[in-house]
Design a protein around this ligand. Structure first.
Ligand SMILES: *Cc1c(COP(=O)(O)O)cnc(C)c1O
Length: 441
């Protein structure tokens, strides 16, 4: 079991994160509980910034807030000087409410509504990453009507798809996202941007996958965008000012995962950029890490409840959360590691499977993990849950979404409070015809 960030085992044999004993956190805040290691989040953001500083290129690092978006998280991102990606009015609202500087925001999405475009325009966000021709004309007319100029990147589908250890070149890519590169849609979009009122196109965007462990896919994507930039210079006299290469940098969920270092990813991208552009034409380079900023900084703490041994088959231990707070194992067969947070010094002695408490057989968090002899009442810490856990959490079975705490230097602060029973029904309404004459249920 790998200890990450500020995690360590204390003298009582408890897991400690950010100087806080997780056994005490469970007592104070209840379980399930998302714990975020603030120091580690900041550290990861600084690694990206420093990696780029070493390359000497002009750059931006935009945190993809869909991985984990809350007011406090937006404050951290702002403080560390990063940019921010949003993909909906809700994420934009969160960023603006947190006081995040609008001019550092990128707005993504393949089906932005008129209301979303207007919200972005009115807030004065930095860039719209325009995905298709409908959006291009709608954005143009909205911006023109408001007397504004929307800054635009064009999302391209470059025909490169990166998987964990390999990439494939798909040529004609079948994707709901972006302007197709091979068929000339991107060129046409550039031409329209230059004709339409209310738009200023700065460059191109692509996002080639997620949980990527190699650099070849990024290199190939850069090469494709270099060629595109040359073509658009020749065709339209267009100068690419920004190249945004998306996110997808891999993290280590378990021992089999072998991500590269942030330095290696950024170095490969920078090298490819420098070899593709002449010095005076080098655009600003943007990356958009989400998972790799917050993923490893998160730990979910559960209380073990019932234990079921099926002789000769399997031992299930059930915890007080599950696919409502972490849908990834059920959705993608994602694999996680865990330890007993209250008994870290004990050696593993049995193989068990960790089940959630929701009404689905597929509600499993971990299949086959070696742990010390697990007892009801133990605390199970599932590691690496910082990305796409809270942000994907839901109220299936009317479970309340857990609280989120930031821990740092012995301080623990609730950044999202646990939902209450009242929260669960606050949007429910009973139509009059279902009420009894005296107005009661
Ligand atoms: C999801 C997404 C990201 C972040 O991906 P990670 O795998 O979390 O790094 C970045 N950019 C775009 C456009 C995305 O859709």
């Amino acid at each position: 079991m790998r200890l990450r960030g500020t995690s360590q085992f204390n003298d009582q044999g408890h897991l400690e994160i950010g100087g806080c004993d997780t056994v005490e956190l469970a007592e104070q805040f209840g379980t399930p509980l998302y714990i975020m290691d603030e120091w580690m989040i900041r550290q990861r953001m600084r690694e990206y910034m420093q990696a780029f500083q070493k390359t000497g290129l002009a750059f931006q690092v935009a945190y993809a807030s869909k991985a984990f978006s809350t007011l406090a998280m937006c404050r951290l991102v702002a403080e560390e000087g990063l940019h921010l990606d949003v993909v909906s009015d809700g994420e934009l609202f969160t960023a603006l409410k947190a006081g995040f500087p609008a001019e550092r925001i990128y707005f993504h999405g393949n089906n932005k509504t008129r209301e979303e475009l207007e919200m972005g325009l009115d807030a004065g966000i930095g860039w719209f990453v325009v995905d298709n021709f409908n959006e291009l004309s709608m954005l143009s007319s909205l911006a023109y009507k408001k007397g504004l100029t929307a800054r635009v990147l064009l999302r391209t589908t470059p025909g490169v798809e990166a998987h964990t250890h390999t990439y494939i070149q798909t040529g004609q890519e079948d994707s709901k996202f972006g302007f197709n590169l091979a068929s000339g849609q991107v060129h046409k979009a550039v031409e329209r941007c230059l004709q339409y009122k209310g738009l200023k196109v700065d460059g191109f965007h692509c996002h080639i996958g997620s949980q990527i462990f190699e650099t070849d896919g990024f290199r190939l994507a850069v090469q494709k965008l270099v060629t595109l930039s040359e073509e658009c210079r020749n065709l339209f006299g267009f100068q690419t000012r920004i190249l945004n290469l998306g996110g997808g940098f891999g993290i280590r969920y378990n021992e089999e995962d072998r991500p590269m270092s942030v330095d290696q990813y950024i170095f490969a991208i920078a090298e490819e950029i420098r070899s593709g552009f002449s010095e005076k034409d080098i655009p600003q380079v943007v990356v958009e890490p989400g998972r790799s900023i917050v993923g490893e900084a998160g730990t979910t703490l559960y209380r073990v409840g019932t234990i079921k041994q099926i002789p000769g088959v399997r031992k299930y231990i059930s915890v007080d959360g599950g696919m409502n707070d972490n849908p990834r194992p059920a959705l993608y067969r994602a694999s996680y590691e865990a330890i007993l947070a209250n008994r870290t010094s004990e050696q593993p002695e049995e193989t068990v499977s960790v089940a959630g408490k929701l009404c689905e057989s597929g509600d499993m968090l971990i299949w086959d993990i070696d742990l010390p002899h697990v007892k009801s009442g133990d605390l199970l810490a599932v590691t690496c849950t910082g990305a796409y856990n809270y942000s994907m959490a839901n109220n299936y079975n009317r479970l309340r979404r857990p609280a989120v705490v930031f821990v740092r230097d012995g301080y623990s602060d609730v950044v999202v409070r646990r939902e209450s029973m009242e929260d669960l029904i606050k949007n429910d309404r009973i139509p009059n015809r279902l009420l009894t004459p005296n107005g009661q249920c």
